[in-house]
Design a binder for this molecule. Structure first.
Ligand code: GAP
Length: 470
């Protein structure tokens, strides 16, 4: 069986978006009203895939360790949190607006072009500025504009309570991190952890992105999985290196090809305001190499800022050295939706099977929304249906599959295989006449090769479990 050439990249994105909708993974947010830019709604299989990603992350970074404490902090926080963290004054992107069509873009994303100063009536001005004027071309209407950048704060502002005044201002959090920093003292008081230790949280974050784009890649509402790992000031480099390795290991856990993940050392001047060192983990998406995750050394920036603003004592008492100090922080930050997008684009495959074109998702069993599907060979034979339901119910109870087992007797068997291929189900089990008449076991079809094997009924669960671990 030969894989055909992968579709050209932009076309591939359209196909992934179409499959996500067709098969019930992800829909456009508020679609019946024409959508709401930068929002996406996860449906049945999308939720299952996303939950698998989150469960694998939680297991690796919380349950399997002894030094990281889970958190689920409120999304709305006291506005002082965001004043202290620097987000009120500094969480902004450079914005430009087209003078003709009024579309707005991120200044660092627009196409810079040479402009004809005569045509733009800019001669005097351009000469005055000795050619330092730059121009950009509007990607919507083609107009050439002079660069005139202003800063745009990306936090969504709201008011808490019935009175709308300055005191009631709050924000939808733009990162989950701050919900952990403000609880640092609580965790120390509840658990008395020794340094180094961490806090972990999975939750929604919101950013009023100037130009949401590329499906789930840049949206206005998304989920993050973040760790704030508190270390002795002198010990940050070791923890940084440890998490660097752990992040690659997690990439493997969710079935992504680590060769498609590239580290980028973010240079001075380009890092977030709180970071002394950042490595971006970039992924080869169909639209190019773009950020998947980030690993940052946030120093004591956040805890010191919150100690200053709140007047709470956020020092840590080190029993070994008998010293008090503010710990430093290593922050591995993972986007859930960017992981889902990387998984979908990594898995989308077209090939030919039995002389017909087919599409399938080559998902790792660990993230596949359905681990096994069970079919009767024919849909109108009660004896086949009865047996198939028995097999299905037994598998549904097996802990190894976590209930991610589906029964399907709709349409013909070929259609059912195509559907499960597009959902990314690794195995389909079929009950046929030999199963019930000769006790010849069931057939198990492998998604990627299409090959079928007969497996005795009492060995089925063991056979499938070999391939299904999270
Ligand atoms: N607490 C650190 C922090 O928030 P960030 O690099 O701004 O750092 C972390 O965001 C991760 O969140 C990114 O690596 C990405 O995976 C995800 N992310 C950020 N903005 C996003 C957006 N607009 N849409 C989807 N995911 C986003």
């Amino acid at each position: 069986m030969k894989e055909t050439n992968k579709a050209p990249a932009p076309d591939l994105m359209d196909k992934i978006v179409a499959l996500s909708k067709r098969r019930g993974f992800i829909y456009r947010g508020s679609e019946i009203y024409g959508g709401l830019a930068g929002t996406w709604d996860y449906a049945h299989y999308g939720v299952a895939l996303k939950n698998n990603v989150k469960a694998i992350w939680w297991k690796r970074f919380v349950t399997d360790r002894e030094d990281i404490y889970g958190m689920d902090a409120a999304i709305l926080m006291n506005q002082k949190t965001w004043q202290a963290s620097g987000h009120v004054s500094g969480f902004s992107d450079p914005l430009v607006e087209c003078k003709k069509c009024k579309q707005r873009f991120r200044a660092d994303h627009v196409k810079k072009v040479p402009a004809d100063p005569v045509e733009h009536g800019l001669i005097g001005k351009a000469l005055e500025l000795k050619g330092s004027i730059a121009y950009w071309e509007c990607e919507d209407c083609g107009t050439t504009n002079v660069v005139n950048t202003r800063q745009f704060n990306m936090m969504f502002k709201t008011n808490v309570g019935a009175v709308e005044d300055d005191d009631s201002i709050s924000y939808l959090r733009p990162e989950t991190a701050q919900g952990m920093f403000v609880n640092f003292k609580n965790i120390v008081d509840s658990f008395h952890p020794k340094l180094p230790f961490g806090m972990a949280q999975i939750g929604k974050a919101f950013r009023n992105e100037i130009a949401p784009r590329d499906f789930l890649f840049r949206s206005r509402e998304f989920e993050q999985m973040e760790i704030e790992y508190f270390v002795k000031p002198a010990g940050w480099e070791k923890s940084f290196e440890d998490f660097r390795k752990e992040m690659h290991a997690f990439v493997g856990d969710v079935g992504l090809d680590d060769k498609k993940v590239h580290e980028l050392e973010v240079p001075d001047g380009e890092r977030a305001h709180y970071s002394k060192r950042t490595i971006d983990f970039e992924f080869d998406y169909p639209f190019g190499k773009k950020e998947l995750y980030g690993l940052a050394y946030r120093t004591d920036f956040d805890l010191s800022a919150h100690a200053g603003m709140s007047k709470a004592n956020l020092e840590y008492y080190d029993e070994e050295t008998k010293e008090r100090y503010i710990p430093h922080v290593i922050e591995p930050s993972f986007g859930v939706d960017r992981t889902v997008l990387a998984i979908l684009s990594n898995a989308y495959t077209e090939d030919e099977m039995g002389g017909e074109k087919r599409t399938y998702l080559k998902l790792a069993p660990s993230v596949a929304p359905v681990k096994v599907a069970v079919f009767p060979l024919l849909k109108n034979k009660p004896e086949l249906i009865k047996k198939a339901r028995e097999v299905y119910e037994a598998l549904k109870k097996e802990p190894a599959f976590g209930g991610a087992v589906e029964f399907d007797d709709n349409g013909n068997i070929g259609k059912r295989y195509r559907r499960q291929d597009e959902i990314g189900t690794p195995y389909c089990v079929t009950v046929d006449f030999d199963t019930i008449e000769k006790g010849a076991g069931v057939t198990v079809r492998d998604r990627d090769s299409g090959k079928q094997e007969r497996v005795p009924e009492n060995e089925l669960s063991k056979y499938l479990s070999k391939h299904h671990t999270i």
